[in-house]
Design a protein around this ligand. Structure first.
Ligand code: ZN
Length: 577
């Protein structure tokens, strides 16, 4: 009766029968998932007659079942070919409505999708690695905090426990504020809010509780990804169904005064919020992607904000601290703090400035925007919209008899030139610059078009900086120092005992790290280095001269902190390579 089983070749080779059944099962499973995919994609992308395609693929599945039982193995390739034909038909319809970069039947689209799949699988492995640790991962804990966002509450095994965390997340007074500080939403009561406002509130509260600095809302084909940046590292937090994500997006656009109908152009705006006693200024920036709008929110805690701590609070090694204190108390010259975005340059430059006696010196800052308030100091904000640039303000400030100047950031030749002139004419100038390390600062200034002689004469010292995460004191794990580390410091086996690596516990939300500290390299200008600065400096020679004059590179400074047990080798490699 069953051709597939009665086939004579099966009696001769029983394993062949098993193999054929396995092939049949695989083909049937493939047909089922293909049907589901066609149905879901058709619905999301609103492809006309999408369900006819789903029925076509499903019919191939049924034909496979019937054919396999009646006619034997030949049914597998026949049904597979039919299903593939139906699928290709559907994919052509799909490709017609998705952006170029998402098309399956285009080489560029495929390459793009393949790259995304690789990135996603990398993220998944990293997540798995984190989940192997016994403590709940950050994502799990925040999911519980966010509660309703991913419908996690309904799915959770223990409803009472879920209720507990959800209430904890709702505990506390959260208020949405407009730019001018007036309430933006009529009520603070989550029960009285619309779903979209309530979801936005939960997401923001979770981010504030996790001490996140940024929230990323990224649309995918069928959902929105929510990621938080905590201690400088982006972490996957949650997913939202696409409709829910769009609702949150609209709420955030209204709050930050954006044009809600505009989805094709990048926009930005600001709003504020308070959670208990803390006030946050929130900068929102939206940008179109192939699946719709993406949004990044930057959270700046604005209460407090007065810089009181000095240079000894930023994690400088004692020798570097001593050198730096000598440098910034010179009557004239220029001190630059350099590093990539988010490396803590502003904090360091303010901490140095706060070491200077504001009663005896006329200190003026020019910033974009003013990030910390300092006592007894004139602070001026650059307003790029009113065409009041760094250079323009700097010129007028120089007529106000300043002793010490802080130029927020050197971005162009004009600012660099005036700042150098000021440093040469009896002022001490502090500034920051976007450069990878101290030696790269010299080439960066030359690239801006600055004359080599100005750099030789004006720049006193450059401090390169990164922020590295500190190991969580509650769960850090002893381990042997890798041979490479010992070799780098010319140490013998056993000379430094053990170092530590990250593990993860409840205290650090499963990451193994808690808080951050700076790692630094200080380059003090001397004749040897000045001689090497020309139109076309040899970077290798500059590096050698810097090291000869006592500069410890960022990596060496970081590894010294590894030996002290403050951070891990992997963290230092992450921030210095
Ligand atoms: Zn821990």
């Amino acid at each position: 009766m069953f051709a597939a089983i009665d086939n004579p070749s099966f009696q001769a080779f029983p394993w062949l029968g098993l193999l054929l059944w396995a092939a049949f099962a695989a083909a049937a499973a493939a047909c089922t998932s293909a049907t589901r995919w066609v149905h879901a994609t058709g619905q999301t992308l609103e492809i006309p007659h999408a369900d006819r395609w789903a029925v076509a693929v499903a019919a191939c599945g049924l034909a496979l079942l019937g054919g396999f039982l009646a006619a034997g193995p030949i049914a597998i390739p026949v049904a597979a070919a039919a299903a593939a034909a139906a699928l290709v038909g559907f994919v052509r319809k799909r490709d017609a409505v998705v952006p170029e970069s998402r098309r399956f039947l285009s080489r560029g689209g495929m390459a793009n999708i393949a790259a995304e799949v690789r990135a996603a699988s990398k993220r998944a492995t990293e997540r798995q690695r984190a989940e192997k640790q016994p403590a709940p991962t950050l994502a799990e804990r925040l999911k519980a905090l966010i509660g309703g966002l991913g419908k996690a509450k309904a799915k959770r095994g223990d409803p009472a426990a879920a209720e507990g965390v959800a209430t904890a997340a709702d505990n506390g007074v959260f208020t949405f504020l407009k730019k001018d500080g007036t309430p933006a939403i009529a009520t603070d009561d989550p029960e009285a809010m619309s779903d979209n406002v309530r979801n936005s509130r939960k997401m923001l509260m979770a981010a504030m509780r996790a001490e996140a600095t940024d929230i990323h809302l990224e649309p995918q084909e069928q959902q929105y990804f929510v990621r938080f940046r905590i201690d400088g590292v982006l972490q996957d937090i949650d997913k939202m169904p696409i409709q829910e994500g769009r609702g949150v997006m609209s709420t955030l656009k209204v709050l930050s005064d954006m044009n809600i109908a505009e989805r094709r152009r990048p926009q930005d705006g600001t709003f504020a919020a308070t959670l208990d006693a803390a006030k946050y200024d929130i900068r929102a920036a939206s940008t179109p992607t192939s699946y719709g709008e993406k949004m990044v929110l930057r959270l700046l805690q604005s209460s407090g904000g007065v810089m009181k701590s000095g240079l000894d609070s930023i994690g400088l090694r004692p020798q570097v601290l001593k050198r730096l204190n000598e440098i910034i108390h010179k009557p004239y010259g220029m001190f630059l703090v350099v590093g990539p975005t988010g490396s803590g340059k502003t904090t360091t430059v303010y901490a140095s400035l706060s070491e200077i006696d504001a009663h005896k010196h006329n200190i003026t800052t020019i910033e974009d925007p003013v990030e910390y308030r300092l006592e007894n100091i004139t602070q001026i904000a650059v307003n790029s919209q009113a065409e009041v640039s760094f250079a323009k303000i700097l010129r007028s400030v120089l007529r106000q008899d300043p002793d010490v100047l802080l130029v927020g950031e050197i971005r162009d030749k004009e600012t660099a030139e005036i700042a150098c002139q000021a440093a040469l004419t009896g002022h001490f100038v502090f500034s920051t610059l976007h450069a990878n390390d101290t030696v790269a600062t010299i080439t960066r200034l030359l690239d801006l078009g600055l004359d080599p002689t100005l750099i030789q004469t004006a720049v006193t010292a450059v401090l390169g900086q990164r922020l590295a995460r500190k190991l969580c004191e509650k769960c850090k794990q002893k381990c042997d120092p890798p041979p490479g580390l010992l070799k780098k410091f010319k140490l013998r086996d056993g000379e430094i005992g053990h170092i530590y690596r990250e593990k993860g516990c409840e205290h650090c939300r499963g990451t193994g790290f808690k808080g951050r500290m700076g790692i630094h390299e200080l380059l003090v200008m001397n004749d040897g280095i000045r001689d090497l600065i020309s139109d076309q400096p040899v970077v290798g020679d500059l590096k050698k001269a810097a090291i000869k004059s006592g500069t410890q590179t960022l990596q060496i400074d970081g590894l010294m902190k590894v030996i002290k047990g403050q951070t891990s080798v992997s963290e230092i490699l992450r921030v210095t390579t």
